[in-house]
Ligand binder design. Structure first.
Ligand SMILES: NC(=O)c1ccc[n+]([C@@H]2O[C@H](COP(=O)([O-])OP(=O)(O)OC[C@H]3O[C@@H](n4cnc5c(N)ncnc54)[C@H](O)[C@@H]3O)[C@@H](O)[C@H]2O)c1
Length: 304
């Protein structure tokens, strides 16, 4: 039986993982640096992931055998304070690896991001292994994490599995300071019948994924036999790609009459170094990835 520790469990993805594991009655210990607003459906312990001793104690106390390490300072917040971003993203990764080695935990899920690429990567359709020169501290830390995943897996026999998530769309849980947050903000503005000022230009095409696909993909990747996996860094996965103006058209075609203004800020530069489309053929071939939510299905869910 899996006994899962989730770090960063109160964030956009963590709360959705908790909901998912609740359905299968899997034991989950949720941890975060802050307290939950509402009672969770699983165990919760407040813990700073930079406090290795506390995490080690919790891993022993709850007999954890699998870790979903979700803590990160995301792209836009990272650019406001690169030193904090590097410290949190890398030292938390290091702590999780050390605790896993010390407690004989082999199974770790750690999300990477489309931020690992950069303008050398053929952004129109990014392959699995292009030349990568990320332009944000977030992307640099994710790429370093990917390299460390391969290294530590070889060195210590760990089984760290990873996906390069695109922008994740969920409207129940709020985004945590990334460059793709506009899509959730615009959808929520439509639902609340309020106007919206978009921080990216109309024509900025970025890859996105509905939250249910993001969770299913992680769980599926974690369940596949290791010998089927040919990538030890992180797998490309893809949902659909969209621009803010295409999203505006879609929202209006569904009868929402909101006014959208465009006022690009510092996040535009980040978006310019991110992919437009992703080649996820290695995921399809190795572990049977398939996306259930295209644009239409995603919007049907969001507005249902
Ligand atoms: N959301 C996306 O669109 C997206 C896209 C690509 C990759 N990812 C990756 O998925 C993971 C989860 O992302 P998310 O969107 O849920 O992030 P989020 O910002 O919504 O949540 C992060 C959580 O970590 C917690 N946290 C921050 N510092 C901490 C610390 N020192 N100790 C313990 N907890 C701490 C925060 O309180 C927050 O609840 C991250 O690794 C992120 O890089 C997310």
């Amino acid at each position: 039986m899996d006994r899962i520790l989730i770090t960063g469990a109160l964030g956009q993805l963590g709360l959705e993982f908790i909901k998912y594991f609740k359905k299968s009655d899997t034991f989950v210990l949720a941890t975060d640096i802050r307290n939950p607003h509402e009672k969770l459906s699983c165990e919760f312990e407040k813990a700073d992931v930079l406090n290795k001793e506390r995490l080690d104690l919790l891993v022993k106390k709850y007999e954890i055998n699998t870790i979903y390490h979700l803590v990160a300072i995301l792209s836009a917040n990272g650019e406001k304070n690169p030193f904090i971003s590097w410290n949190v993203n890398m030292n938390s990764f290091q702590n999780i690896v050390e605790i896993s080695v010390d407690n004989n935990i082999k199974n770790i899920f750690w999300p990477s991001s489309i931020a690992v690429f950069g303008t050398d990567s053929n952004l129109d359709f990014v392959p699995q292994n292009p030349s990568m020169n990320p332009e944000t501290i977030y992307g640099v830390s994710k790429l370093a994490g990917e390299k460390l995943s391969s290294y530590y897996s070889r060195k210590f026999g760990l089984d760290i599995r990873s996906l390069r998530y695109p922008g994740i769309i969920s409207t129940d849980t709020l985004p945590g300071g990334g460059t793709t947050d506009y899509i959730i903000e615009m959808l929520n503005a439509a639902k609340n019948k309020s106007d919206y000022t978009c921080f990216l230009s109309k024509e900025t095409r970025l890859p996105m994924m509905y939250i249910d696909d993001a969770i299913d993909a992680a769980v599926k990747l974690m369940s596949v036999e290791r010998k089927k996996l040919t990538i030890s860094s992180s797998y490309n996965i893809s949902g659909f790609s969209i621009t803010p103006s295409e999203l505006e058209d879609q929202i209006k075609s569904r009868g929402f009459n909101i006014k959208i203004n465009y006022k690009p800020d510092f996040r535009q530069e980040i978006a310019n170094s991110w992919p437009k489309e992703i080649d996820d053929s290695s995921s399809i071939k190795d572990w049977g990835w398939s996306c259930n939510f295209g644009l239409k299905e995603t919007l049907d869910k969001v507005f249902s």
